[in-house]
Design a protein around this ligand. Structure first.
Ligand code: BGC
Length: 534
């Protein structure tokens, strides 16, 4: 059997430190709290933790606005705590990657403070202009908040360029000192022992007039330089591109296997929700057919939800309207070009649909990324600003602070979810651990199943036609095993045959029951089957 890299076999779990567990009782999660919960992640079957930004920051964009790349946000802990965290993760046989913010900094970063001074030698570290009319073909990403990608800086007497919030100036990657400085930041955190880095907002590193300023060749050239440095100086690390782009543009981030090891498949995600609502897999089949093959050693990262809005940038305007209509009935649920809701509330807490989407997350090509709290069906609070409603305290136990903190409920960094059906007395880890039939125990059993069938991580992928439009089927295969996965997107049971020569003998791997593939397969409404062939 061809060997596969660790990140091709891993299940990732996304942790915002602030939201996970507060060990010191100040109302905000911290690194010590996360360390205390590593046994839980190991019990769940997580292979790799993805840590959201933990660097010193004014926290005007959840920490994606970095003031100092080498300093740990004081309320989270110290650099010693980070060393301890990495060691404790590794001691449990898990891995850990961190977010790396390479495109921009906070305007409070000393680089920017230096650059804006008149006559500064560091002026060129950011992108300045006398006019706000340059690069007009670049779209605005935070549409709800920003009217331009340029903001005037009085002290500098110039406009500076920013693809996100105006307080997040973009670094100038045409400047060799910036390119080197960022390589040093990357080295620093890999030296600490992180197994990899999620490279945030990579499409936007370089600007050129007359282009969208996204995915430019010079951006790819720099990422290849990052990869070459990592290959030369470190063993077995991974870099993951966050590029919210169409599949043909994203595959460029793999290069010829010499750029990023992983990249998220953004366009896949909204189509899972579309297929589910329409009871029709067509849009999913289209995007998968439109996804080019990727080089050996590379892997997609796939997800159902994350800490951002459910982005609808990679769908047609018609499909965006459909998604908003179906999943954001209250306009307050919308955010930029997306929807700020969590998995369980998007699916009305419906267990069958939550399981169906998880079954696809765990079997479609790519490594799955779980978002903290989705394994227990946590809800959201869209009355909170921006994306805060998706980042509320993890619900460990029943009770007013959900076992997240010993602080008073009013002293928490964000309130615990109070929506009926999603409050901590209804949704929490402790109760679900004790209940064999809970969503949490179901997710855990599915992670175990995935790990027992490595073909689901590394195997070939082949779409298979079916006899029913609501039935979506595909094969995952390698030298050891072939699995047929079938999902029923309709609420009604269906009898399905597949257009593939798979023989008659199969075994349903969720319950080890023999299946006759010569007969139509019965699949419950919103049900799925994973069948080992042969
Ligand atoms: C992160 C967002 C953040 C943005 C700007 C994104 O890629 O996921 O949470 O707001 O970058 O830094």
């Amino acid at each position: 059997m061809a060997s596969s890299a660790w990140y091709q076999r891993s299940v990732f779990y996304e942790v915002p430190i602030r939201a996970f567990c507060d060990a010191d009782g100040d109302g905000s999660g911290d690194i010590a709290g996360l360390i205390a919960k590593l046994d839980y992640l190991q019990w769940l079957g997580v292979d790799c933790v993805w840590l959201l930004p933990f660097f010193d920051s004014p926290l005007r964009d959840g920490g994606y606005d970095v003031r100092d790349f080498r300093a740990v946000l004081r309320e989270f802990g110290t650099i010693d705590d980070v060393h301890r965290l990495v060691g404790e993760v590794h001691r449990r046989g898990m891995r850990i990657i961190a977010d790396m913010l390479i495109n921009h900094t906070s305007d409070t970063h000393e680089w920017f403070q230096e650059a804006r001074k008149p006559g500064s030698a560091q002026r060129d570290w950011y992108v300045w202009s006398d006019t706000d009319q340059r690069y007009r073909d670049a779209r605005i990403i935070f549409l709800d908040h920003e009217a331009s990608n340029w903001t005037w800086d009085e002290q500098a007497g110039a406009y500076y360029w920013h693809r996100f919030y105006h307080h997040q100036p973009d670094l100038n990657f045409d400047n060799a000192e910036v390119r080197d400085a960022m390589l040093d930041e990357i080295r620093f955190w890999l030296d600490v022992g992180f197994d990899g880095l999620r490279l945030d907002a990579v499409p936007y590193l370089i600007e050129r007039e007359g282009t969208s300023c996204e995915n430019l060749p010079e951006t790819h050239a720099y990422l290849k330089q990052v990869r070459a440095m990592i290959d030369a100086e470190f063993d077995d690390r991974v870099i993951l591109a966050e590029a919210n782009q169409w599949p043909h543009d994203v595959v460029a981030y793999f290069g010829d296997g010499d750029e990023c090891h992983m990249a998220y498949h953004f366009p896949l995600m909204p189509r899972l929700y579309m297929a589910l609502r329409r009871g029709d897999a067509t849009s999913l089949v289209e995007i998968l057919n439109d996804t080019p093959a990727i080089p050996a050693g590379c892997q997609w990262g796939i997800f159902l939800r994350n800490h951002d809005e459910l982005t609808l940038e990679m769908v047609t305007p018609q499909d965006r309207d459909y998604m908003w209509h179906e999943y954001a009935p209250d306009p307050a649920m919308k955010s930029n070009l997306g929807i700020r809701r969590r998995l369980a509330s998007l699916l009305d807490g419906d267990r069958a649909r939550i399981e169906l989407l998880h079954s696809l997350l765990l079997s479609l090509p790519g490594s799955p990324f779980l978002y903290y709290g989705d394994e227990i069906g946590m809800g959201d609070d869209y009355s909170l600003p921006d994306r805060d409603g998706l980042r509320t305290p993890m619900q460990w136990t029943a009770g007013p602070t959900a076992g997240f903190s010993s602080a008073a409920p009013t002293d928490l960094y964000l309130p615990v979810i109070s929506a009926p059906g999603f409050r901590p007395d209804v949704v929490n880890v402790a109760d679900q651990r004790a209940d064999d039939g809970s969503l949490l125990n179901w997710v855990r059993s599915m992670l175990a199943l995935r790990s027992a069938h490595p073909v689901l991580g590394r195997g070939r992928f082949e779409l298979v036609g079916t006899s029913h439009p609501a039935a979506f089927a595909f094969l995952r295969g390698d030298d050891e095993e072939t699995i047929l996965a079938i999902a029923n997107f309709s609420a009604e049971p269906v009898g399905v045959t597949v257009d593939a020569d798979v023989g008659r003998a199969g075994t349903s791997i969720t319950d080890a029951v023999p299946v006759d593939l010569g007969e139509p397969l019965e699949i419950a409404g919103h049900g799925f089957r994973w069948i080992a062939i042969g």
